[in-house]
Design a protein around this ligand. Structure first.
Ligand code: SAH
Ligand code: SF4
Ligand code: F3S
Length: 432
């Protein structure tokens, strides 16, 4: 039986896409392997968001390709393919097939028909049909599963490649989303993370928003937890905020990226909100659900960011108080308006700012975790821990939690009491 090895880079959307490509190949009789040396298909799902990510990619493909089985096919998928187009085949001679993010339903056929003699192949267009209508139902999944409800982006932040690599905004109809959710739950999912590049822009059915979709999903009896990511601040509706108060299955956690605490920088980034508007949204979430955990993304060293702008970001962080966060140095991406801006910030300044911001964010994360010591809540156990007798899961607030528990509880929701905390994880005990 032919075997496929899959390596995924980038965001949760890519993790989801890899699972769907794997499912499509499983249906065609492939088996998955975690050993690239025995695989017949080597599939790399790539990310283009920052320079470092794309750089690492080609050396990784080369390294794995050197050890591959004779005649094994190297397939590259994802955002780098969309961004580079046919150039990617010139840049990396190990690649047999390159496939863009909107073409994944064509993958099994491309592989079946592939003949080296006819030349290497790239398919990276935005077809009229939706891949979602052709990809099979989930074949296997974990207790916590991803489900893409929205894809693409029309916001064109001046630094970002996503609108170019993923295409314009598209929402899946709720009928399809509910069917996929039921299939995931039938396969053992207890939690579903709804995904979208701007998940709260979902408008799959006329006049309905993500809050409505969440309420519909909550009616699936054996689905216990619902999450969503990532949200664009100015597109948050009252209906979504109120779902946090009246939909018990919706977890008290929201990822709501601000990027910068300076209005001037937000404007240059083409983000369509002000700092004050963002803080109002945060306050509205907290009013509905006082214990809600808030997380964000930040970019430091955007072109033209002054020391004062950067300090405004630090002040914003202090006012909001984040449970966790992702922060990055601005990375200039080809084809984006920001890459052409004159006032680029030197690398050493970016580094200094990032270190300072991350120290503050980490101290907030530690404080947030420590404040849960002594509390009781439910954890969905999804992984085996490093030490014997330990399982790992996530708290309602998305804190990684190490629990002393027998292996048979893997995939279950258990009640625990938090006994210890660090900046990155909680320790907890089972409660009978
Ligand atoms: N749609 C989401 C973000 C998707 S990309 C939103 O707008 O909030 C994930 C994160 O990568 C972004 O939030 C941003 O912080 C970061 N990012 C995107 N482009 C970047 C770039 N050119 N340099 C550095 N970080 C970037
Ligand atoms: Fe990129 Fe902005 Fe779209 Fe987010 S909203 S994906 S940062 S263009
Ligand atoms: Fe990367 Fe594409 Fe996701 S660029 S972050 S894999 S949408």
């Amino acid at each position: 039986m032919a075997k496929v090895y899959i390596k995924t880079f980038g965001c949760q959307m890519n993790v989801y896409d890899s699972a769907r490509m794997r499912d499509a190949l499983l249906v065609h009789g492939y088996k998955e392997t975690d050993n690239p040396d025995v695989a017949d298909i080597l599939l790399f799902n790539t990310c283009h968001i920052r320079e470092k990510a794309s750089e690492k990619l080609f050396s990784e493909i080369g390294r794995v390709a050197r050890g591959k089985k004779k005649n094994a096919l190297v397939v590259v998928a994802g955002c780098v393919v969309q961004a580079e187009g046919a150039e990617i085949l010139k840049r990396c001679h190990d690649i047999d097939i390159a496939i863009g993010p909107q073409n994944y339903h064509q993958l099994p056929e491309l592989i079946a028909k592939y003949n080296r003699k006819n030349g290497r192949k790239i398919v990276a267009d935005f077809p009229a049909e939706s891949k979602f209508d052709f990809l099979p139902e989930p074949q296997k999944n974990a207790a916590s599963a991803f489900l893409a409800v929205q894809e693409g982006c029309d916001n064109f932040c001046s630094y970002c490649v996503v609108p170019y690599t993923r295409g314009c905004e598209y929402s899946r109809p709720s009928k399809d989303i509910l069917a996929e959710a039921r299939a995931l739950v039938k396969n053992g999912a207890k939690e579903i993370m709804l995904l979208g590049q701007n998940v709260n822009c979902w408008h799959g059915d006329k006049g309905r928003d993500l809050g409505d979709l969440i309420r519909d999903l909550a009616k699936i009896r054996d689905l216990k937890r619902i999450r969503y990511t990532t949200s664009y601040p100015s597109k948050i509706t009252k209906n979504l905020i109120s779902a946090h108060a009246n939909c018990k299955k919706l977890m008290p956690y929201i990822h709501i990226p601000i990027q910068s605490g300076s209005d001037a920088v937000l404007k240059a980034m083409n983000r369509k909100y002000t700092v004050a508007e963002y803080e109002k949204i945060v306050a509205a979430f907290r009013k509905m659900r006082p214990d809600i955990a808030i997380s964000s993304d930040f970019i430091v060293g955007f072109p033209g960011e002054t020391e004062k702008d950067f300090n405004d970001t630090l002040e914003l962080v202090k006012r909001v108080g984040y449970a966790s966060s992702f922060s990055f140095k601005y990375s200039s991406r080809p084809g984006t308006p920001a890459s052409l801006m004159k006032n680029q910030i030197p690398e050493d300044v970016k580094t200094k700012r990032l270190i300072k911001l991350q120290a503050l964010l980490l101290s907030q994360q530690r404080a947030f975790n420590e404040a849960t010591i002594g509390k009781e809540f439910e954890v969905l156990l999804t992984e085996v821990g490093k030490n014997p007798g330990q399982l790992i899961g996530y708290s309602p607030y998305m804190q990684g939690t190490v629990v002393k528990a027998p292996k048979k509880l893997l995939g279950q929701i258990v009640r625990v009491k938090v006994t210890g905390a660090s900046a990155t994880a909680l320790q907890a005990e089972l409660i009978a």
